[in-house]
Design a protein around this ligand. Structure first.
Ligand code: FES
Length: 87
């Protein structure tokens, strides 16, 4: 049984973000943490697709626990997740 959700990662897959590589980023995060999209992991991580977050000029936009992080490298996103995710 999955534990409570502690970290929600939402990757915008709207048009602008998709054109800037949102699906590649989504898949990279998914693989890195061995997640299934929309299904919480046993350590409380949830990866979701999001509609346009209205920050298209800074694509790719993602939300991590509601904090918007835009135009950020995969490595920096992982560093941020590691800093906030409680295991
Ligand atoms: S399409 Fe991603 S913020 Fe608008």
């Amino acid at each position: 049984m999955a534990s409570e959700i502690k970290t929600v990662i939402e990757v915008c897959v709207g048009l602008h973000c998709s054109m800037k590589g949102a699906y590649v980023l989504l898949e990279s995060i998914r693989k890195h943490y061995d997640l299934e999209i929309g299904i919480p992991s046993f350590d409380g991580m949830l990866l979701k697709e999001a509609e346009c977050l209205h920050n298209c000029s800074n694509a790719v936009s993602i939300l991590i626990n509601g904090m918007e992080i835009s135009n950020c490298s995969f490595n920096n996103i992982v560093k941020y997740i590691e800093a906030i995710h409680e295991r």
